[in-house]
Design a protein. Structure first.
Length: 372
């Protein structure tokens, strides 16, 4: 697809326009003239062919069926993908890739689970949680997704121990929820006295900081830079203790579908996407984009970042100059273990069993904070 920013189609195809005759406003037309008009209309329809049909959102999405569809967010960790699409690096590797931009990770999940996209930019907590829900997922590469816990200037929070009775914006069952829990636990503050508020859209979180609605929040780049420009205090950065949660995750195609496609030459539900050749081409283009960003620097792509991430020019000018993008590699096992170990224990001190049920580990569960 040529669109630089795309959103997925509606679950159902849009209906084409229908013209209904209104008998109360009929106009008498002479028969000879009517015959000429009908002939001209038939000629125009014959020339235009299929193009005369109204194109629905579903039709546009279905025409993209051969491409590897990737759900991305307006965050800096997706910059290599943005650049690879912008500069035609995917095409140079002989793969067709389409990026679909969502404002929140949960929207990426919805598109991924419903089959609208094949790959998504996410974090290890969310993907491991989806695995527990029965999704078949494999990791294509780790990504350079970093989070900062920032506190509003008006909240007067300068250290973690001052988070009592404050609100933290995050997303449930994600790296931000895990980080919020671990940071609150390490601060010495009573767990239920810090309120986790679910705000999925990262740009909305930043706006809530600007309007002083939220005390603190976890933000990736470039939104974290926007927060620092508002004199927000950085309480934590995942780079401080080398926590790497970002991943590019892909749905596992059923082997049954691959065999049928290979033997019968027909397209299955997965449309033949996710082949070894496609994945190799995708990762080669990703690596080339990372190398280009590291060589030329972020400022060489400020226009692209502004367009894809939707941030103001002053934020672009203040981005950390030392941001580095690593080539494709598998996520580290200890990062995966960090995510899965957090998913096993909920806030109430209960151990999760298979099927999502929980059992008491000892004592009553702690009260959860209010959510919006």
């Amino acid at each position: 697809m040529n669109n630089k920013i795309q959103t997925p189609p509606l679950p159902l195809p849009l209906k084409g326009g229908e013209c209904l005759a209104d008998s109360t406003h009929a106009v008498a037309i002479p028969l000879p003239l009517m015959a000429v008009c009908c002939w001209l209309l038939a000629l125009l329809c014959a020339c235009s062919g299929e193009e005369s049909k109204p194109v629905s959102a579903y039709d546009m999405w279905h025409e993209d069926s051969a491409a590897l569809r990737i759900a991305v967010t307006p965050t800096l960790d997706c910059l290599p993908l943005f650049l690879a699409e912008e500069n035609g690096l995917f095409e140079q590797q002989g793969v067709e890739v389409s990026l679909y931009t969502y404002q929140a990770q949960m929207d990426c999940d919805t598109a991924f689970r419903s089959g609208w996209v094949d790959v998504m930019a996410s974090d290890l907590v969310r993907t491991e949680w989806l695995k527990q829900k029965g999704e078949k997922i494999r990791y294509l590469t780790a990504t350079d997704l970093h989070w900062q816990l920032v506190a509003s200037k008006m909240a007067r929070v300068k250290k973690l121990s001052q988070l009592e009775d404050k609100m933290i914006a995050m997303t449930r069952f994600s790296a931000t929820a895990m980080l919020a829990d671990k940071l609150v636990d390490s601060s010495g503050v009573v767990n239920e006295h810090v309120f986790r508020i679910q705000v999925n859209d990262v740009n909305l979180r930043l706006k809530m900081l600007e309007s002083q609605v939220m005390d603190a929040m976890l933000l990736p780049e470039p939104q974290a830079t926007g927060a620092r420009l508002l004199d927000a205090t950085v309480l934590y950065d995942t780079r401080w203790n080398d926590v790497c949660m970002g991943v590019l995750a892909m749905r596992e195609m059923e082997e049954e579908g691959r065999t049928k496609e290979k033997e019968e030459g027909v397209r299955t539900k997965e449309e033949g996407r996710g082949t070894k050749e496609q994945v190799e081409g995708l990762l080669k283009a990703y690596d080339e984009a990372c190398d280009s960003i590291n060589t030329r620097g972020l400022m060489a792509y400020r226009t692209l970042i502004a367009e894809r991430c939707g941030v103001r020019p002053e934020i672009l000018d203040s981005l950390p100059p030392d941001i580095h993008f690593n080539p494709s590699r598998q996520p580290r096992q200890h990062d995966i273990d960090l995510a899965t170990s957090w998913l096993k224990i909920d806030k109430g001190g209960r151990t999760k069993e298979k099927g999502g049920k929980t059992k008491e580990k000892g004592g009553k569960g702690k009260k959860k904070g209010k959510r919006r």
